[in-house]
Design a protein around this ligand. Sequence first.
Ligand code: ADP
Ligand code: MG
Length: 697
Amino acid sequence: MRPSILFPLFAEIRTLSGVGPKLEKLIQKVAGPRLVDLVFDLPVGVVDRSYQPRLAAAEPGRIATVAVTVLEHRAPRVKSQPYKVMVSDDTSLMELVFFRAHADYLAKQLPVGEKRVLSGRIERFKDRLQMTHPDYVVAPEDIASFPLHEPIYPLTEGLTARPMAKAVRGALEKVPAMPEWQDPAFVKQRKWDGFVAALEIAHGPAHHSDLQPSTPARQRLAYDELLANQLALLLIRANLRGGKGRVISGTGRLKAKAIAALPFTLTDPQLAALAEIEQDMASEKRMLRLLQGDVGSGKTIVALLAMLKAVEDGLQAALMAPTELLVRQHLASLEPYAAAAGIRLACLTGREKGLVRETTLAKLAAGEIDILVGTHALFSEDVTFKDLGLAVVDEQHRFGVHQRMQLQSKGKPADVLVMTATPIPRTLALTAYGDMDVSKITGRPPGRKPVETRVMGAARMDDLITHLRTALDRGARAYWVCPLVDESEKIDLAAAQERAVMLRQALGLNAPHQIGLVHGKMKATERDAAMTAFKTGETQLLVATTVIEVGVDVPEATIMVVEHAERFGLSQLHQLRGRVGRGSGKSSCILLWHEPLGVTAKARLKTMRETDDGFVIAEEDLRLRGPGEVLGKRQSGMEEFRMADPTAHADLLAVAHDDARLVLARDPDLKSQRGDALRVLLYLFGRDEAVRYLRTG
Ligand code: ADP
Ligand code: MG
């Protein structure tokens, strides 16, 4: 239960005065639904109105606050002209300019002969001073009513700076006094303020330097958030490992059969990873291990061999993948080995319904299924294993910490292996995965050929299409990935459809190359059908939005074209490139860029040309973009960070990690006085889940 001290902060933003349904919607979009979201939404800019020159000395282009006398109103003769008001101080004249003005309103606001204080940007137009639409117009006695320093928050279309700032101010006024949850000696040593004072400071910047992550106020707040994050991860992990795990040692009987059926030999990195996993499974402790390796590096086969070990001991295993398509793919690739080992394999996704589903569930509960492969449908409440020994989660890039926990909380203490195709830089591993043990499959994936990577300006599209036509004539199969446009799937889709039409025309004249299209808005069945057509060669060219990023295996595909490559992140590009070079043919990846090509984008494309080492790319990606985007917000755990920036605050993250360990070593159930305050901290940052693992009473 959330402590009552936090209730005011978890009120919805519509409870603020001046926030109606329309404004609420907009604010929700940029910050979130509750007051606490506003409070954690730190300013990204500041307008400094403290510059108060005499008019004659005013520097054009600067925001200034000036005291003037109103001289004259000049209504325009035609509506399309601006309304003007002449003002002056004793040094100079200035013209105020209003478009689409309401004369009555202006007459009242700026009465002729009266003194007024104005704030806004002063410009020089020919030899006249001008201020267009002053931000503030007040009588001299009301000067206190506007801020000399105005914080600017992230905005969205329809949401302007002032109502947003007012809402944040309103939320800040609701922040109650809080107990100190940090170690007082540490706070003192860092010369930090308390939480509430730090919030006030962070929301009241006077200069751009006050917006830096290195200010004491922002450091304090970041540290609070990082400590909450690290405590939560440790608690979750302690819980996962808490109960005694089971000893799964296996006989090696099924494993030997499956290995005998492999058409290849396992590589050294695969064998090393498997050995680490087997050791964990055989120990009394519950396994919580992350298996990292590029797409196609051969993680799945390692997972299978681990699952067989569980089956050898009479237990069940589950393999969960993020999409229907991947589930089918896993199923298809596991089937021959399952058959060779003589075990029972089944599948459960949202698509299995009615009798099929019931039968599967019944068999699962009766122990008549050895390995179950599925989507998150595996989490459904009615899914009961007879005896689950090992759960494998193939994350690709989709799942977050949360889902892993759900799988855990299904009851029996199964060992857990998480597979991820996104190499995770060290700093991020801490925030996203806490203390998980890590195995890596490094090096070029087995059987992979180097992919020739070419970076090309979109101006050369015609050349590219000519080459593509030749390649398709020779029977090649190619992907064409369309631009990722801001957040809008609709626009992505339109672009992809348009491109498919254009390519059909450009390529289709003298050759009947079939072109397929896949996108995120398709029904799963349609998408699978399009993928299957490409897999079987019925279509030779597959135009796609980034949905194909997630693990599709078509070894015959040898060409990958990525349009607007400058808009993709490095790891995305790396994943896309990983779609080709999987078969015997020589493969190429063409990264098409469009103007304008920024410095960062240029650096990304250069990296892509220079290396195909996923771990190098991940580190570079982190350096170029910052952590939020590297893994996708969800997987990185970044969506959980409002005020901390694990790159800028990397040192604090390390301290928080140690701090959290120390706290829990001394007070594992957070029962001390500081422990009480730390519970408030956990709830404050939405780590309710973690608190549940504390023993109460
Ligand atoms: P991941 O799960 O890491 O994306 P997969 O396990 O799906 O990778 O492997 C990709 C492809 O490589 C599969 O077709 C698989 O059969 C093959 N593969 C796996 N290990 C090896 C190996 N040691 N040698 C050759 N091919 C392998
Ligand atoms: Mg895979």
